[in-house]
Design a protein around this ligand. Structure first.
Ligand code: FAD
Ligand code: UDP
Length: 386
């Protein structure tokens, strides 16, 4: 096997974007390795063999962005449907629209507030925290929507999802969720949104479809029995590493904490529509799962069977070392540990750390692609020349 000009560890959207840029712009010979038996990282999806319904294997993935460059870039590989994401949540046996908007507020208080009236009511309920910009999720949540709505829709859901006291979680987690004083219940605020028309995997495979790009699956960077392993490659070939940063350094400064999810998938023959929407959250502590996903609703334009459906109950928990690390917990302790790993990463010869796992950051797909395009602009030429 010829030595590549660039080795990419991980075939997620970060690694694929760098690979595509290196091959197309720099004419580099790129090898991508992934320890999984498929391409695409967490965005990967597959068709259920019985119903044909597209299942997002690692949890629901909705593409959205306001970044013009990213939107133009992704459209080179796939078109997008006009799917607009909307989420509902069940609290005390009643279904409400999410994120919190005037519809949620009026339904919750059995009221007919105007936007100004609702703002005044929420400000009063936010009490001493109204209008402030606190750093932890608990106080930020109360300052945004007041205590009653926070306790109904956020507190227990967040508790189930993070198993961490919301006072110890960063405010940024909740800042992702808009609060609207209109009846607009779109989940995302972005200019562009949609799902890849022919599915995620067709999109991801197209990105790697270049004569200079070779993909080797079921290949772990830390497995010394395969030739492109860390010990053999380090300092010799330029590398873009998108696996977990703490694993790379053998946990020298301890483990960074991650959350993972378990999806319990059920095929239903009794109905063709279980919940009438793609995502139903469950806000209350008594329900052990956080949400139910019904993937057929992601593609209303497709011809799926009308008498059967698939649902996925999503459970959240802390990840052990052998689990898939999904969401960085990012506690104060984690952030200190991360600084120590960053210093090690900066000193690592000819290796760029990228993506969600490599930088220990929450990155949506458009953010991972945008970050990779920036790395391609600013660092790739030097890395390849090194
Ligand atoms: P990943 O996709 O995680 O890819 C990393 C790859 O590296 C993996 O394939 C892994 O197998 C491989 N790897 C790791 N270690 C090694 C090793 N030692 N050797 C070889 N290979 C290795 N984004 C959105 O925009 N919208 C959403 O709705 C959304 N929902 C999400 C839901 C869940 C449950 C999760 C987990 C993520 C979600 N995301 C969503 C984020 C999206 O998955 C990421 O932005 C995207 O996957 C980032 O790509 P990445 O390349 O950084 O990482
Ligand atoms: N959240 C909540 N109730 C909900 C939906 C979201 O409390 O019904 C909180 C929760 O803390 C979550 C955060 O808002 O982690 C961000 O929501 P998002 O849907 O972005 O979460 P994801 O599942 O993508 O992390």
């Amino acid at each position: 096997m010829a030595t590549p000009d660039l080795l990419i560890v991980g075939s997620g959207l970060f690694g694929l974007t760098i690979a595509e840029r290196a091959a197309t712009q720099h004419g580099a010979k790129v090898t991508i390795i992934d320890r999984r038996d498929h391409i695409g990282g967490n965005a990967y999806s597959e068709r259920d063999p019985e119903t044909g319904i597209e299942i997002h294997k690692y949890g629901a993935h909705l593409f959205h962005t306001s970044n013009e460059r990213v939107w133009e870039y992704v459209n080179r590989f796939t078109t997008f449907t006009d799917y607009v994401h909307k989420v509902y949540t069940t609290h005390d046996g009643v279904v409400y629209p999410m994120p919190i908007n005037l519809g949620t507020i009026n339904q919750f208080f059995s009221a007919a507030y105007t936007p100004d009236e609702a703002r005044a009511v929420i400000a009063e309920q936010a009490g001493e925290l109204a209008g402030q910009d606190p750093e932890n999720l608990n106080d930020k949540g109360i300052s945004l929507i007041g205590r009653p709505l926070y306790e109904a829709f956020i507190k227990n859901y967040t508790g189930k999802q993070w198993q961490t006291d919301p006072k110890d979680l960063p405010a940024s987690i909740i800042s992702r969720l808009p609060v609207r004083y209109t009846y607009d219940n779109r989940y995302f605020n972005d200019t562009y949104e949609g799902l890849p028309t022919d599915g995620y995997t067709a999109w991801l495979e197209k990105m790697a479809d270049h004569e200079n790009i070779e993909v080797q699956l079921s290949t772990d960077y830390f497995d010394e029995s395969q030739p492109l392993n860390k010990a053999a490659v380090r300092g010799r070939i330029p590398v873009v590493y998108t696996g977990p940063v703490d694993r790379y350094f053998d946990y020298a400064h301890g483990d960074l904490k991650w959350r993972t999810i378990d999806l319990e998938t059920e095929r239903l023959d009794s109905t063709g529509d279980f919940q009438g929407t793609s995502v139903m959250n469950y806000a209350d502590a008594e329900v052990p799962f956080t949400r139910i996903i019904e993937p057929r609703h992601f593609h209303p334009e497709r011809d799926y069977p009308g008498d059967r459906t698939i649902i996925q109950r999503e459970f959240s928990r802390f990840a052990e070392r052998d689990d898939e690390p999904y969401y960085p917990v990012n506690s104060t302790e984690d952030r200190e540990t991360l600084l120590a790993y960053r210093a090690m990463a900066d000193a690592e010869p000819r290796t760029i750390f990228g993506g969600r796992l490599g930088t220990y950051q929450y990155l949506d797909m458009h953010m991972a692609i945008g970050a990779a395009l920036s790395v391609a602009d600013n660092k790739l030429a030097d890395l390849l020349a090194s």
